[in-house]
Design a binder for this molecule. Structure first.
Ligand SMILES: Cc1cc2nc3c(=O)[nH]c(=O)nc-3n(C[C@H](O)[C@H](O)[C@H](O)COP(=O)(O)OP(=O)(O)OC[C@H]3O[C@@H](n4cnc5c(N)ncnc54)[C@H](O)[C@@H]3O)c2cc1C
Length: 394
């Protein structure tokens, strides 16, 4: 068992959520130890969208300034029909948007976001970071929790925060609701130099081409130097119960409905790796004594509102505020945190499912969607108004 000079809060998982939680707690004067399963702390090399709700959270964590040089502010979010290629609707992200939500919408490379939080953790003497420390199990002993890692090492803490992602072993013990829900949605990604991009219609915007059971997102990163491309399909083979669903040949098959210039954009995504998507039905029991969950471990969501990481960062700030308020009573702090986060994150999970079905519409549903989108004005608040207005951290 590791001996600890000062009582610590243990965090399992050093992704965006776990590191944000560690930093938020450390900035409230708590000592935190992050146990990360991977051999290094890191993130995948693709982009991520950040809604205006998360901007003040990053300021609270004191990391926005370090991220600022890497941030890109798209001028609009454009929805275009993948089959006709026509623009359907746009949400302008300029002055009216900023006036409404107080903060901007931005995109950033995941490594720049994760790296800024990681650097801040490294600079904070209250944070200890340990790689190659996968949580295998934990045991609650009175007012302590003992974590046993896969390598046999043990750590004792005042509390445990399971920020260990979609397949969280912490969740398996706390909620015990089985594996996440396999959705049959599959993602292919790619980042290419912007110079290589042939269709330059929406270079300063985020664009989403939508079609039956598919969409493709494009936006620029790193001062515009590279283009992030994300192609998602909702697999017909999965719906038919076929095992090898979501393979590159199915990606091509589903994209064959698209206008040639959209189909052509598949050249920017790699076929070497894909991501099969899962989510979970919302639950109401993330907190168990001095153990709780955060981020994807608590409320994994489909990506259709682009808010999974935003929710994890909001979780971190709320959690730290409740821990600060309740002193050593982690049970009360964690229940208060769960109470504040439960319905908001459930709404993200359920709205993301709906929004996915909406953009992936075909046939008559596509015609209706396109008509509804054509009726909206670019400065009108859309369905995510409640989300973008953000939270008050009490
Ligand atoms: C295609 C796609 C696009 C997305 N786009 C957006 C977007 O635009 N905006 C947005 O906000 N969100 C987006 N998301 C969601 C976002 O990526 C996730 O919600 C977010 O990364 C979750 O962070 P996390 O720290 O909770 O979990 P993770 O990032 O999964 O981190 C978990 C960490 O725990 C570690 N770990 C796992 N098991 C253990 C263990 N046993 N012990 C210790 N450590 C362990 C892992 O190695 C990892 O480092 C997207 C997701 C997908 C799939």
């Amino acid at each position: 068992m590791s001996t600890i000079a000062r009582p610590e809060i243990l965090v399992a998982g050093g992704g965006i959520g776990g590191l944000a939680a560690a930093l938020a707690l450390a900035r409230k004067g708590r000592c935190v130890r992050v146990l990360e399963k991977a051999s290094e702390f890191g993130e995948i090399g693709y982009g991520i969208q950040m809604g205006p709700n998360v901007y003040p959270m990053l300021e609270t964590l004191g990391v926005f300034e370090a991220m600022a040089p890497h941030v890109v502010y798209p001028d609009a979010l454009v929805l275009a029909d993948a089959i006709s290629g026509d623009e359907l609707s746009r949400i302008t992200l300029g002055a009216a948007f900023r006036a409404r939500y107080k903060y901007p919408y931005f995109v950033i490379h995941r490594r720049d976001l994760h790296g800024a939080i990681l650097d801040a953790c490294r600079r904070n003497e209250n944070v200890a970071l340990e790689a190659s420390k996968g949580l295998a199990r934990f045991e609650q002993r009175g007012d302590r929790v003992v974590v046993r890692c896969e390598d046999g090492s043990e750590y004792e803490g005042l509390a445990l925060i399971g920020a260990d992602g979609l397949w969280s072993p912490t969740r398996a013990a706390v909620v015990a609701d089985g594996p996440p829900r396999l959705t049959g949605h599959v993602v292919y990604r790619g980042v290419v130099p912007t110079d290589e991009v042939i269709d330059r219609s929406y270079l300063n915007s985020m664009v989403i081409y939508v079609g039956r059971n598919m969409h493709l997102v494009q936006y620029r990163l790193r001062a515009g130097a590279v283009m992030n491309n994300v192609a998602t399909i909702e697999s017909d083979r999965f719906k038919r119960g076929e095992p090898n669903f979501g393979r590159p040949d199915e990606l091509e098959e589903i994209f064959s409905q698209c206008a040639p210039r959209v189909r052509d954009m598949l050249r920017y995504v790699s076929r070497e790796r894909n991501w099969v998507l899962y989510d979970r039905d919302p639950v109401t029991n993330w907190a168990q004594g001095n153990v709780t969950l955060l981020g994807d471990a608590a409320h994994p969501t489909l990506q259709y509102l682009a808010q999974g990481a935003c929710m994890a960062i909001e979780d971190a700030v709320v959690l730290a505020a409740e821990v600060a308020r309740h002193g050593t009573d982690f049970n009360r702090a964690f229940l208060a945190y769960q109470q504040q986060r439960m319905n908001r994150t459930a709404r993200v999970v359920l709205s993301s499912r709906f929004f996915g079905a909406y953009i992936h519409a075909g046939g008559g549903a596509r015609a209706l969607r396109n008509e509804l989108l054509a009726q909206r004005s670019p400065d009108e608040p859309w369905e995510a108004d409640w989300l973008y207005r953000g939270i008050d951290v009490r």
